[in-house]
Design a binder for this molecule. Structure first.
Ligand SMILES: Cc1cc2nc3c(=O)[nH]c(=O)nc-3n(C[C@H](O)[C@H](O)[C@H](O)COP(=O)(O)OP(=O)(O)OC[C@H]3O[C@@H](n4cnc5c(N)ncnc54)[C@H](O)[C@@H]3O)c2cc1C
Ligand code: FES
Length: 254
């Protein structure tokens, strides 16, 4: 169930100058969260960042009442969220949106780029619980843009591409040799920049594999009221915040 809840900042883990994991704690229990759900986070004491910012839920710990987000600081809101005092209060609305399908006893390929890697820790842990074998393919411009590979490695094989060849295979994610091997995956999950997701969806379609893409359209309300996040689908325009963010790529009119 959706909830508005106050949390305290427990810690930051900085991955480089612009990328961090923020851990928040609460005195009350944490709602059940499905992989792919996101939160709308209010940037505190910031009149110039009026709207909440949508951020995927990276992980939750129900025993310790903590929730984690991986954030790429690209503008005012995401920078200010990375600059709060420890113990300061943060108000979030969550869990929002739909979630990825969790397939059982199958093989899954997870393709992520940029901040789009965030929903995949929770997803991988649920897939592992269901005995689904996971292969990750993570792309970045250079090795310094590739994060969380150790965490992903706890759940499956991790493949990497970088555009400059500084880590993994050289090129874009869709040029990775995994796509030229026999593709015996039952489902491909993807999240990241739109061009990357479209290219992944095209490959999935050519190979006859289902593909779920999690869109990161700009959002305002996060609850289906303002219509600023709509995306065209075969059913007409749909709100990414309520009907998504996860769509079967066959349903998207890209
Ligand atoms: C469902 C969903 C889940 C998301 N999950 C994460 C996550 O886990 N981690 C994370 O770091 N980011 C995530 N994002 C993206 C994040 O919401 C934006 O980066 C953030 O809102 C930017 O706010 P800002 O104030 O820092 O930037 P602004 O000052 O508002 O904008 C800075 C620049 O970023 C561009 N921008 C703003 N929002 C987006 C967006 N959604 N996509 C692409 N470009 C944008 C603006 O056009 C502008 O050029 C997610 C977005 C959605 C919709
Ligand atoms: S963000 Fe307002 S309708 Fe989706």
């Amino acid at each position: 169930m959706k909830r508005i809840q106050d949390f305290n900042v427990i810690s930051y883990t900085w991955l480089n100058d612009d990328n961090y994991i923020i851990t928040l704690g609460s005195e009350t229990d944490i709602e059940c969260v499905e992989p792919g759900n996101f939160a709308e986070i209010k940037v505190p004491n910031s009149p110039d960042v009026f709207l909440r910012r949508p951020i995927s839920i990276l992980d939750v710990d129900h025993q310790n009442n903590t929730i984690k987000f991986y954030i790429k600081a690209i503008g005012k809101g995401t920078r200010q969220l990375g600059n709060l005092d420890i113990n300061s209060s943060l108000n979030i609305v969550y869990p929002l949106g739909n979630s990825f399908s969790v397939i059982k006893k199958k093989r899954a390929l997870i393709v992520g780029g940029g901040s789009g890697i965030a929903p995949f820790i929770l997803l991988a842990s649920k897939l592992k619980d269901e005995n689904t074998e996971v292969t990750f393919l993570i792309g970045g411009r250079t090795s310094g843009d590739v994060f969380l590979t150790d965490e992903f490695g706890r759940y499956g094989e991790v493949l990497v591409t970088t555009e400059d060849g500084s880590l993994g295979e050289k090129g874009m994610v869709t040029q990775h040799s995994v796509f030229s091997r026999t593709m015996d995956f039952d489902l491909i999950y993807t999240c990241g920049p739109d061009p990357m997701m479209k290219a992944v969806a095209n490959i999935a379609s050519e190979k006859g594999i289902d593909c779920e893409a999690s869109l990161e359209n700009m959002m305002a309300c996060g609850i289906g009221a303002c219509l600023c996040c709509v995306t065209p689908t075969i059913r007409g325009n749909e709100c990414v915040c309520t009907e998504g963010p996860v769509f079967n790529s066959k349903d998207l009119v890209w």
